[in-house]
Design a protein around this ligand. Structure first.
Ligand SMILES: [Zn+2]
Length: 90
């Protein structure tokens, strides 16, 4: 199968990260609950944040922001459902 470099995903990834994703929905890998990202329980410490599932407490994502860079790990969630219609930029 032919492959491409990551630049092929520039458009789709820009769509993913160029808006406020808190209205997007994701499934918790721990308990299967599906909820909007805005419902996660977020714990901040220093330059980092950890977001946990409201239902089971599993870590859904971690985010570290500092020194001009940001690291995001969506470690505890499955696919993120993002509406592509009805957005202001759609
Ligand atoms: Zn859960």
């Amino acid at each position: 199968m032919q492959h491409f470099d990551g630049n092929l995903l520039a458009g789709p990834l820009a769509d993913v990260f160029a808006f406020d994703p808190t209205g997007a929905r994701a499934r918790c890998n721990g308990c299967g609950a599906v909820a909007e990202l805005a419902t996660m329980l977020v714990y901040r410490s220093g330059a980092g944040s950890v977001a946990r599932c409201r239902d089971c407490g599993a870590v859904l994502l971690s985010l570290v922001d500092g020194d001009g860079r940001m690291f995001v790990n969506f470690i505890g969630m499955g696919a993120i459902e993002i509406a592509t219609t009805g957005r202001d930029d759609a």
